[in-house]
Design a protein around this ligand. Sequence first.
Ligand SMILES: *Cc1c(COP(=O)(O)O)cnc(C)c1O
Length: 341
Amino acid sequence: MIIDLRSDTVTRPTPGMLDAIMSAKTGDDVYKEDPTVNALEQKMASLFGMDDALFFPTGSMANQAAIKLHTQPSQQLICDKWAHVYNYEGGGVSFNSGVSCKLVDGHRGMITAKQVVENINPPDFYHSPLTTLVCLENTTNKGGGACYELDEIIKIKKVCLDNDLGLHLDGARLMNAIVANNEDTKQYGSLFDTISVCLSKGLGAPMGTVLMGTSSLMKNAIRVRKVLGGGMRQVGFMAAAGLYAMEHQLQRLQEDHTKAKQIATLLQSLPYIKKVEPTQTNIVIFYMQDDFNQDDFINALAAQNIRISDMGQGKLRVVTHHDYTDSMHSKFLDILSSYLN
Ligand SMILES: *Cc1c(COP(=O)(O)O)cnc(C)c1O
């Protein structure tokens, strides 16, 4: 038995999800004739109270398309220095959209309305790039699953409205935030112009991200997706997995959060651990005491078939997910407790 805690993208479809995949009605989605893709897009748009939705193969492609829809070459977007769109999408912001990123030194991947204001280039100062977009991330990936306060997002929205800026949410793990904080999907829909939500993270589908947005932006989304090489054909099988995940594997995200908190609480009590970041959702980031060797620890876990991530700079990461069972959880907690004993 391998206990893989490197990411929440290591899950396999459940029997119910496999049934949904096997029995999916499909068609050619490039003709918009795949009924299952259409159903998924409609379900997500109505869940968030947004005008339109479009199915993408990956979260990166959905974010890149959103940035393209909001901007023109030479312009600038504002995001946290840890943002996925800046760090983990291959430099796509400059390659696909010809846009630069103004990086904000935020807190655990989150920025404030005040910081947004401070980073808007004066629109009449023609020497600097025109600021046209703000990208937020919720939950934050590099920030260890941290969640925005809704009040801060409301303030950021006001800054965007006052300064004619678009507001995009990289919501790869938005459903984790919504379940953890008991929030309202429609409130998110009312605050953002575009939102991407991954089906392949905690929700447990094999692939897919849905981009939602206002009709004025989304009317061009299908063309941009085509340009990025993302026009998919009989892809209803994968949309069926996403629909199944939203219907049957959404509320159980809470179990991942509970397990992550239990891991964090235990780690905090262990002599070889220096610090554990506050754990709000399914990601635990922690650091070992300086006189303990991190590689020895990772190797000792690996010898017991447990995989965790080394994020560099002393950061270790554990991500809980659908396939991390109760028995794996108790085994992992036991092994952590007995390490060095
Ligand atoms: C995983 C992730 C994405 C999308 O990643 P893909 O691998 O392209 O699906 C985007 N943003 C964040 C914050 C993520 O964690």
